[in-house]
Design a protein around this ligand. Structure first.
Ligand code: SF4
Length: 334
């Protein structure tokens, strides 16, 4: 029997971002921006999920430690409050792996074989040498990540609601088998705008088309200048359609309503050129990222301060994780 989720604040919120590289703009607008909105009114657990990253990046494991630190510095620089919330690096909390193993034993393989993301990604996984057990079982680890903190709500976009169902099924089975009282987490629908890569395709490391959250000024300019524009607008005097333009998608994330109007009016009448439009976007991104970029730089230049924040987060996470895992093992009569 599952415990009913009390509809009162604060809710226990669990969310994470996978360590595969430095934080890119897709991570920010898809996850971190929502964390900022949730962090003051809820009990939040935000993880830098390097064990998940390693399921595909196992060959470049030497990079993960630096990426973890870089992501952590970004989170702090962009305003995640590590005093109010529990922010941690997944592999520093070994309880994740222990609970993962208990969950793995009670999860029928058929449940994992039916996961749509696995079916869709199988060919790509084979081609990239990541058709491995770790990647296959990632939903079980995800269930453990959430259950370890008694997560009640998981912020997700509408397209990810189905993914949470497997977590709920695993937890339901646990509760049934062991008479446990783990809460079945519910989706907390959040805004997750689709952030494309610079070339308009899905942002992906393999396409090398990503934009980091805190690019240096020179690289930012270079990357914005390389962004795909409306392919039908071939000459300066042609009118364009912002809806078919990657640059405009980024304007919607970084520009004011007034600037958006300037783009739409200028583009659809050929009043502005793509160069003007990109220069405006660059300036707007620069404006929004300037302070966090400086803050992040300070943290990375002061490893002791960053280590201390990471250590505090780890300790907080482990306290909760140990207590909850002990309760889980009691239910299992281990
Ligand atoms: S003017 Fe701006 S929105 Fe229009 S096609 Fe050029 S870059 Fe895109």
């Amino acid at each position: 029997m599952s415990e009913a989720i009390p509809q009162v604040k604060p809710m226990k919120i669990m969310s994470g971002c996978r360590t595969t590289s430095q934080l890119h703009v897709g991570n920010f607008w898809g996850a971190v921006n929502n964390w900022l909105k949730l962090q003051n009114d809820n009990e939040c657990y935000f993880g830098v999920m390097d064990l998940h990253g390693l399921t595909t990046a196992y060959k470049s494991s030497h990079e993960i430690k630096n990426f973890n630190r870089d992501i952590f510095a970004d989170l702090v620089a962009w305003g995640i409050d590590t005093d109010k919330n529990t922010v941690f690096i997944q592999s520093l909390v070994p309880e994740h792996i222990e609970l993962f193993m208990h969950f793995a034993n009670l999860t029928p393989m058929g449940w994992l074989e039916r996961v749509p993301t696995w079916k869709d990604a199988e060919e790509e996984a084979k081609a990239s040498d990541t058709h491995n057990l770790g990647r296959f079982m990632y939903p079980v680890l995800q269930a453990a990540d959430i259950a370890l903190y008694n997560g009640q709500k998981v912020p997700v976009g509408a397209d990810q609601v189905a993914h949470l169902e497997l977590t709920r099924e695993i937890i339901r089975r646990f509760n049934f088998l062991y008479k446990g009282k783990l809460p079945e987490p519910q989706a907390l629908l959040t805004e997750t705008p689709l952030v494309p890569g610079l070339d308009g395709r899905k942002m992906s490391k393999s396409y090398n088309n990503g934009l980091l959250l805190t690019e240096d000024e020179k690289t930012l300019k270079k990357k914005v200048n390389s962004m795909l524009t409306d392919t039908k607008r071939l000459r300066r005097e042609d009118v364009g359609n912002p809806a078919d333009c990657t640059v405009f998608t980024f304007h919607k994330l970084y520009s004011t309503d007034q600037d958006l109007k300037w783009v739409v009016d200028g583009c659809t009448t050929a009043g502005i050129g793509c160069g003007d439009c990109k220069a405006k976007l660059c300036a707007n991104i620069e404006e929004k990222t300037k302070i966090p970029r400086e803050k992040k730089k300070e943290l990375l230049n002061n490893p002791k301060a960053l280590d201390s924040i990471i250590d505090q987060g780890t300790e907080k996470a482990r306290l909760v994780a140990r207590k909850n895992l002990n309760q889980i093992k009691d239910w299992m009569k281990l």
